[in-house]
Design a binder for this molecule. Sequence first.
Ligand SMILES: Cc1cc2nc3c(=O)[nH]c(=O)nc-3n(C[C@H](O)[C@H](O)[C@H](O)COP(=O)(O)OP(=O)(O)OC[C@H]3O[C@@H](n4cnc5c(N)ncnc54)[C@H](O)[C@@H]3O)c2cc1C
Ligand SMILES: NC(=O)c1ccc[n+]([C@@H]2O[C@H](COP(=O)([O-])OP(=O)(O)OC[C@H]3O[C@@H](n4cnc5c(N)ncnc54)[C@H](O)[C@@H]3O)[C@@H](O)[C@H]2O)c1
Length: 492
Amino acid sequence: MRNGKQRSRIQNERVLPSKLAVNFPTEDIVLVTASPVIKAVTNFKQVSKVLEEFDVEEQPSTVLENRFPNIKVIESGVKQLKSEEHCIFTEDGRQHAYRKLCLCAGAKPKLICEGNPYVLGIRDTDSAQEFQKQLTKAKRIMIVGNGGIALELVYEIEGCEVIWAIKDKAIGNTFFDAGAAEFLTSKLMSEKSEAKIAPKRTIYTIEGARKENRSKAKADNVGSALGPDWHGGLDLKGPQEFSHSIHIETRCEVKKIYLQEEFKITKKKPLAFPKHQDKSVTLDKEMWPVYVELTNGKIYGCDFLVSATGVTPNVQPFLHGNNFDLGEDGGLKVDDQMRTSLPDIYAAGDICTACWQPSPVWQQMRLWTQARQMGWYAAKCMAAASLGHPIDMDFSFELFAHVTKFFNYKVVLLGKYNAQGLGSDHELMLRCTRGQEYIKVVMQNGRMMGAVLIGETDLEETFENLILNQMDLSSYGEDLLDPNIDIEDYFD
Ligand SMILES: Cc1cc2nc3c(=O)[nH]c(=O)nc-3n(C[C@H](O)[C@H](O)[C@H](O)COP(=O)(O)OP(=O)(O)OC[C@H]3O[C@@H](n4cnc5c(N)ncnc54)[C@H](O)[C@@H]3O)c2cc1C
Ligand SMILES: NC(=O)c1ccc[n+]([C@@H]2O[C@H](COP(=O)([O-])OP(=O)(O)OC[C@H]3O[C@@H](n4cnc5c(N)ncnc54)[C@H](O)[C@@H]3O)[C@@H](O)[C@H]2O)c1
């Protein structure tokens, strides 16, 4: 790569080409993308050692090309990879040789009923706009799934009845335990129930049962995925005059979706939208385009469904003829240098499955933050490999750290925030002020392993340090969460 004539061709990922372009100003860096726009990270803020906050902005590819003259953007989807020949074929009929390649083709929504026109997925700008368009005419929709997209939608949608069907007993299972879910549900169900109660320390067991004392817990081509605040520019409003109208069906999945004509023949009885606090069951007289039968036996009519049921890595265009090792979740397995199992091919972001021995307080989640960090680190690894230099694992993989917003609360997740993989040998400590803050820490052998911080707690930096330095905190006991103790001073 030292010779300017040799080429390094890189698949998509905004961070990665710019990092390479800086490292190798005399090389050709080629960004091949199916998307007509480049997603750029803007307003980047390093909140603490590992926590980052940023916006994501769509920019024309010329912005990148003007800024880095050795980057060339090719706007065409990759339809085939021939790894042995070190080349890719794009939909515009061209062939591109590479010396090193990084695959960053993201993921696709994993829909509950692929191909059904009444089941929408949300991934990119086009699918979000299609959803918005359909919503303007919808009187009732069903949202299936209990992760990031569902949490954002149920809070944002107005003027349309929403039936939220979740597999779990509490909301937001990919981010929260039952305690945090309860804190958020009260906000969702009544924006007015903001009355503060005295701060109270409570301990939750893994099952979420409340105890007053500390206890051992038993414990096709896709566009770029939308980024933080993706709904900010969309008016998620149905045609009706009310703001929120949400009914949650817990512990159920979708059993069958019927079209109107098909449903009429079944003679099954759909339920009306349950009105707030009305326990009586009423049958629905209205006609709907689709009817959804849930595994709990209930049937609801609606205009359409949103399947917010996770993602699957977008590996398909690259598999034919290439013997990649795949992870259990279908991603391209990458090692601690972001290398796939095939020579000179790296991968980063949603498409890959991290297969290195992770730090005890890090796990992979398909998030913008990790896609950015992986893209950055993959570029470093590619550069180091070309120069024959050794490279250490990037610091950002020492600790899982994610900052986001749910229900208008700032949410910070650190380390093993849901005690993932810790077994039953851990304790949870909690401080909660309804409508204001929810703080949970996960402790094991006196060490802090993870934390959930909801609201403006100002604790992220201190907790991040405590998790990273694995200090023995046994002697501090419950003082750790005492609202009258300034914990930052404590550990200075
Ligand atoms: C609605 C929504 C909201 C989200 N909100 C957040 C959030 O608030 N915070 C957060 O951290 N994460 C969020 N995420 C997750 C985050 O967007 C993804 O984790 C992140 O975008 C992954 O980055 P990536 O570069 O791996 O993939 P992507 O951003 O999906 O980029 C993949 C790129 O590859 C291109 N591509 C695909 N196939 C081909 C091909 N065959 N040839 C050429 N190019 C191809 C695509 O056009 C795209 O440009 C959200 C996701 C969604 C869907
Ligand atoms: N603020 C944020 O950080 C944020 C916001 C939106 C999306 N995202 C990310 O975008 C991606 C897509 O979001 P998402 O919400 O679709 O995925 P997700 O992984 O966050 O959640 C998927 C949910 O679907 C449920 N599920 C899976 N299969 C199901 C089925 N057959 N029936 C019913 N439920 C099922 C899972 O239990 C889980 O609750 C994820 O990587 C997510 O982390 C992040």
